[in-house]
Design a binder for this molecule. Sequence first.
Ligand SMILES: Nc1ncnc2c1ncn2[C@@H]1O[C@H](COP(=O)(O)OP(=O)(O)OP(=O)(O)O)[C@@H](O)[C@H]1O
Length: 503
Amino acid sequence: MDIKFNQFTALSHSLTLDIADWHIHNQSWGVFSAHGDIGSILGDLLCQQSAALFDNKLTNQPKDIEVLSGDMSISAHRIAQVSLTEQQRLLALELESDDTDFQDIVDTGTKVIELIKQALPAAGSRQTNNPEPIDALLTKLDLHSLQEQGFRELSTGETRRVMLAIAIASQPDFLVLDNPFSGLDIQHRDALSYYLSQLPIPMLLVFSREEDQPKWIDNIAIFSHGKLDRKMNKHDWEQHPVIAQITSQTQVQSELMLATMQRHRHQSHFNNPVFELKNGKVAYSDKTIFTDVNWRIDNGQHWQIKGPNGCGKSTLLGLIFGDHPQCYSNDIHIFGKKRGTGETIWEIKQHIGMVSSALHLQYRINCSATDVILSGFYDSIGLYQQASADQKAVAKDWLIMLHMIEYANTPIKQLDYSQQRLLLIARALVKQPTLLILDEPYQGLDYLGIRLVKKTLELIAKENLSQLLFVSHYHEDSIDSIDHYLTFVAKENGEGYRAVISE
Ligand SMILES: Nc1ncnc2c1ncn2[C@@H]1O[C@H](COP(=O)(O)OP(=O)(O)OP(=O)(O)O)[C@@H](O)[C@H]1O
């Protein structure tokens, strides 16, 4: 299996890929990108080329990459990719075939097992030597209990594992995995790391965090702003020649952000408790997620919500935000009112900023980068109101701080995933909400983006500009000012989770 690039440049969205010389010969590479969503462009490019050369049908929508110059040759017949961009495409296809309007029940998407079976190569097509039997795949990726579940019901970590199962079921000769560990809890991360190290398929594994560097891969390619800067072996990488250089700029940028927030600071003070849930419970017909959750958030507290994939972290945050259907069957007080006593959802949302993968997936209106940020003032997806001159000035400040002012009028879908995510974070921060809900906020961000947002959140918490409710599976993400924890632990009787509160 050979992939060769020679003086190659290509354009996708806002990123130009630039590879002077790279030969991938039957081996795996770790790919690190300090700045730029390199995983999606490499994945799309390679899948698109192999599909065109070897006449394979692409599973998802066509990818728009323009080759500008140079050569690329590929001998891999079937290349599969796992990325958040690919996940967004699959969700878009699922939404296109949504049958909710025609049925009495809510369409929760294609069943996991069907999606995996659909990915199998067509009968009679070229087979790999060692296809993984579906049953073994389900076991190794811990998907047995989810096989009958609809794709749209899955949690972040569950979705990630399903996307991987779909890619592997297609029996590829080569894999492009863009941050495959992102969203996985520690146990699943370790299991996946072992699984990938044993997989007899060469791969590009793109990582945006030092701790995700695949230990079993010897070759590392370092990209910056789309350009292949250096190739090195694992030993050289561990000396970190690049990291120190590229981190120094984030401190300055995050201090600028804080200064902007302080300039536009306003007070919204509520009596204690800001939020309270008594005997909280969420259950579906076939499954209890959690019960007996008693949680009270007082003024000035910052919280981290912890627990394994699928324990109900996003569900719990959805009860606060008001977009989970069971928020009305629970005993909830928020911002001084009992939920369900006549307040509108907008009255609640105006005090909450939200960043999550679910929101990113829902943000399907293709408005400009400026309008994405402005929509934070109105809690809307897209902008439907005339923003004030002050609000426009704030949005402009944010674009400058994010180094994205040149994209002010660019539609969000033409930006790469990492840039989209930064805009959505700015959208959540712009109105300086009382509660800032951050459900795995770093997902999809490149290395610099992660550093920048982490620094900014640390400053926001320290200065008490908003109260953070934070979810992340990475120990390294801990924010110093967070000293309250809600941890989900499995109940002894096996029926869902309960919450343990600690300080
Ligand atoms: N309609 C539904 N029917 C059955 N189960 C559902 C439904 N909707 C969601 N779930 C399940 O609820 C559980 C909790 O999901 P949630 O997204 O809150 O988990 P999480 O703790 O945030 O996980 P992750 O760490 O992967 O993000 C998951 O196992 C999910 O599959």
